[in-house]
Write a protein that binds this ligand. Sequence first.
Ligand code: PEP
Ligand code: MN
Length: 339
Amino acid sequence: MLIVMHHHASQAEIDQVIAAVVALGLQAEPIPGSLRTAIGVLGNQGYVDDSTIRTLSGVRETIHVSKPYKMVSRDFHPEPTIVDVSGVRFGEGEKPVVIAGPCSIESEEQMMAAAELVKAAGAQMLRGGAFKPRTGPYSFQGLGFEGLRYLQQAGQANGLPVVTEVMRIEQLETICRHADMLQVGARNMQNFDLLKEVGKTGHPVLLKRGMSATLEDFLAAAEYIIAEGNNRVVLCERGIRTFEKATRNTLDLSVVPLIREMSHLPIIVDPSHATGKRMLVPIMSRAALVVGAHGVMVEVHPNPATALCDGAQSLSGRGFSELMVEINRLNDFLGGRDC
Ligand code: PEP
Ligand code: MN
């Protein structure tokens, strides 16, 4: 870290900053300049918490050289991480993974029908929410633990590993028994206690980007999981909040190549929650794969018109089959090449 002093900072202020750095167990190296003095901080293993230093008098700004996501970064771990979820592999050099299924698990029949049709079309994993983070308390909140059973049965009957969202720490143990992968949703991306406990399980995790999270926030959230010893993390871009109202969120596809450069973790895209519009899901799925996503997660419902949640962005079985044909054609064209 570099601490830049104001041009009018006195020697006493500079000395106070040096003492504060030393108090953190680090070394301080003053670098006098013609206009102002900077102080280099040495000896840190990772990110320095600068909250005590930034407020000292005479300090203009602190510039971080180390990032708050050391273990997530390529600098720390240059080799790409492949995340294996019960035989389905996410990451560099692997075929892009398609996860599909309904927003919510609504009944045993609905979940089984969804699993059968996404399997027939060629999806490699099944999704379905049992615990739903709905914006309003009167909307369908999910079937809870009962839904988990339907999801597991549907996955097993069709040979598809399953992913489902965890909202609370108390749900973790049961969800780990029923699901192959834990999803941390956009609304919980910065639920740090949940992230730590998810990290302790060692279970594969799908971490979705918070709707107001910067790229740094997103990677720092993944760091919470990895720091607990669980590097089986797949990141998921699902759109961010902007002033644009034409789509539910704004799909930020540029983070895909950025994340691939900055981090060793796989990154997939959810075009359903990003756009909120069925019509945009196929084309944005293809766009995601072209920019290098390691997969996509798409909402599919046997009868979108009756869906209890997110019907407007859900593909029908037929729509999903058509998308899979396009995805397979695109994969053949890309031939495993990174764009
Ligand atoms: C979901 O994938 O079920 C979901 C609720 O998405 P998000 O957390 O991205 O809003
Ligand atoms: Mn949904």
